[in-house]
Design a protein around this ligand. Structure first.
Ligand code: DHB
Ligand code: FE
Length: 283
């Protein structure tokens, strides 16, 4: 059977992608950030996931105000990097896993989550920057990727609790898939940032670090945090953090923390990153 072995959380700042693509990772500004991702790069080579279920948000690249699914799963075989105004990033196309994605869609919809099923879509920095941070610059991405898009761009957005419960439903679906697959779940976006209005540039280190503490050890409590508190404390784009709760919901209650990293700033954003391994549950 398929199994979720681990979770990864990371911010997805587009300027990080540009720094990689333009060979600036050793510049003084960027070096401390990329150093924080050395661990996961080695770790993932040992873990060798077959599939990553990658929870991210589209930034009006595949969807726009005409059409905004709260949750969408991509069941296609291949996804191209989106052109976000400067041409598509020079990264490989993303290979999907149509059989597992369709299975997850079926199972999760039967568990009362209304996922929109998407066959064709381009994937933006929300998905490709995390892939670059973890896998570096390979010729081809070393595993299949199932994109799960969460609307955190146009109100109303889903609550943290809804995201957490969706993670649990995804886990159940994966564990009922009849093929031996090593599956990881990644949650992306955040941490605190606001890109617009009078509070543009907002960073809240205290909130971010409390969020990191809680998502590791007290996710049930964290899931109760109302969406408006994210906006108030982590900024209008800090609401992206609810996607980390999808990741956490798909893992066991007990996890082993392999890496915790926090760095300010990258562009306008506080960068957070976690690597969590599932601890076998008793019984
Ligand atoms: C930035 C961060 C984001 O999450 C994003 O989607 C776009 C820009 C930034 O910090 O510049
Ligand atoms: Fe974003």
């Amino acid at each position: 059977m398929a199994k979720i072995s681990a979770g990864v959380a990371t911010s997805h700042v587009p300027a990080i992608g540009a720094a990689i693509d333009n060979k600036k990772t050793t510049d003084a500004y960027w070096q401390p950030l990329f150093e924080g991702y050395e661990y996961v790069k080695q770790w993932v080579k040992e873990q060798k996931p077959d599939v990553v279920v990658l929870v991210y948000n589209d930034h009006a690249s595949a969807f726009d105000a005409n059409f905004v699914p709260t949750f969408a799963i991509a069941t296609g075989a291949e996804f191209k990097p989106a052109d976000e105004g400067w041409g598509p990033r020079p990264v490989p196309n993303v290979q999907g896993h149509p059989a597992l994605a369709s299975h997850i869609a079926h199972s999760v919809i039967q568990d009362d989550f209304d996922l929109t099923v998407v066959n064709t879509m381009d994937v933006d920095h929300g998905l490709t920057v995390p892939l670059s941070l973890v896998f570096g610059e390979p010729e081809n991405w070393p595993c299949k990727v199932i994109p799960i898009a969460v609307n955190v761009v146009l109100y109303p957005v889903p609550s943290g609790n809804r995201c957490y419960q969706l993670g649990k439903a995804i886990r159940k679906a994966v564990e009922n898939f009849d093929e031996d697959l090593n599956v990881q779940i990644w949650g992306t976006g955040g941490m605190s940032h606001q890109l617009q209005g009078p509070r543009a540039g907002l960073i809240n280190k205290e909130f971010d670090n409390a969020f990191l503490d809680k998502i590791i050890d007290d996710a049930d409590e964290l899931a109760k945090l109302e969406h408006i508190k994210y906006v108030e404390q982590a900024g209008s784009e800090g609401i992206e953090l609810v996607m980390w709760l999808v990741m956490r919901g798909a893992l066991n209650k007990n996890v082993e923390l392999k890496k915790r990293f926090y760095h300010v700033p990258a562009s306008n954003t506080a960068v957070g990153h976690l690597v969590l391994e599932n601890v076998e549950e008793e019984g």
